[in-house]
Design a protein around this ligand. Structure first.
Ligand code: NAD
Length: 320
């Protein structure tokens, strides 16, 4: 059956990644329809009519999109996380929602270390900094990205800790990290790195209580989602603790007061990217785009419905 796959990307993939996606789709004898760099929701609403599958990035797939996409069976987010897909609405319309877990994990992990080194070396300002060897890093969530960061941390001679209630402690130990039994327990370590999805449970969960427990030189690394951090509390901590650093992939929403709070120590204490760029590497783009296309073909041709995992994770978190 000739299926139509819509590649709907408000921020387009690099041409090389699109070519690879196209190859996978054509090999399955499907048609690839492209809506790249679109400017308005109306463009998306018009494009989804008649398509069987969609590949998206941070594009919003909500009830309105699903309403127009009467023939849609599957939507795949080429990337991690799924907070841009209305999963309940997907479930109601029996549309399968997937992401491409792990495909950008290494890209994000390298960014984490990039930010840590810039911070430890005082933004390369010529002053004496410190080394990461023998320091401790604790992970909130121990999925694909956290594990990739952990792997690098081992190479740097750091000690890792992890809190993830959906992974058995034994498994965390096997992977070489020390299991921590509560979120608060993470904040006893110098570095805390956030790797949880944005959910009702994690939203604004990193607050003043937790941050104020951090030891001297406490540093929060956020490559998850800005919304996981309670912004007003973070601002307060930066104001009252001159030793505290916040390294984040994408600036806090209301950035100006943050810049004012850290003053001239800006480079070291507050490091943020101009745009969310954890997954912005040629490799991650290719990996995620191709995985998305393969998952769509696997779904239609072999009935691979590991897909529902994503929906289930939200409604009822799985073991792993
Ligand atoms: P993943 O699904 O592999 O891992 C997420 C882990 O979090 C899972 O092990 C899960 O059990 C755990 N978890 C869920 N709820 C939790 C909770 N309340 N407490 C503790 N642990 C919990 O996802 P990933 O690929 O590792 O990515 C993690 C998050 O990072 C994504 O959801 C996404 O928001 C973000 N991310 C950002 C970028 C970027 O460009 N900055 C790129 C990739 C991922």
């Amino acid at each position: 059956k000739n299926r139509t796959v819509l590649l709907a990307t408000e921020k387009a993939f690099a041409a090389g990644a699109v070519a690879k996606i196209e190859t996978v789709v054509k090999e399955a004898k499907y048609t690839l329809k492209k809506l790249e760099n679109y400017k308005s929701k109306d463009d998306l609403l018009a494009a989804v009519e008649g398509v069987d599958a969609m590949i998206i990035r941070s594009d919003i797939v909500d009830a309105a999109v699903l309403e127009k996409a009467a023939q849609l069976k599957i939507v795949v987010r080429a990337g991690a996380g799924y907070d841009n897909i209305d999963l309940k609405a997907c479930e109601a319309k029996s549309v399968v929602a997937m992401n491409t877990p792990g495909q950008n994990a290494n890209a994000v992990a390298e960014l984490v270390f990039g930010m840590m080194i810039v911070s430890a070396r005082n933004n390369f300002d010529g002053t004496s900094g410190f080394e990461l060897v023998n320091r401790e890093i604790a992970f909130y969530g121990f999925g694909a990205v956290a594990r990739a960061v952990h792997k690098l941390a081992v190479g740097f001679g750091m000690k890792s800790f992890a809190y993830d209630p959906y992974i058995p402690a034994e498994k965390i130990k096997e992977m070489g990290a020390e299991p921590v039994t509560s979120v608060a327990g993470l904040f006893e370590h110098q570095y805390v790195s956030l790797h949880v999805p944005l959910t009702e449970e994690t939203k604004a969960s990193i607050n003043k209580d937790l941050l104020s427990k951090m030891p001297k030189g406490g540093t929060l690394i956020n490559t998850a989602r800005v919304e996981v951090v309670h912004e007003a509390d973070m601002l307060e901590i930066l104001k009252v603790r001159p030793d505290f650093c916040y390294l984040c992939d994408v600036a806090p929403k209301d950035i100006e007061p943050f810049k004012a709070a850290v003053g001239d120590k800006f480079g070291k204490r507050l490091i943020f990217t101009k745009k969310k760029m954890g997954a912005q590497t040629a490799e991650a783009n290719d990996n995620a785009g191709v995985a998305a296309a393969n998952q769509i073909v696997g779904f239609f041709e072999k009935g691979e419905t590991a897909a529902w995992r994503v929906v289930l994770e939200v409604l009822q978190p799985a073991d792993e």
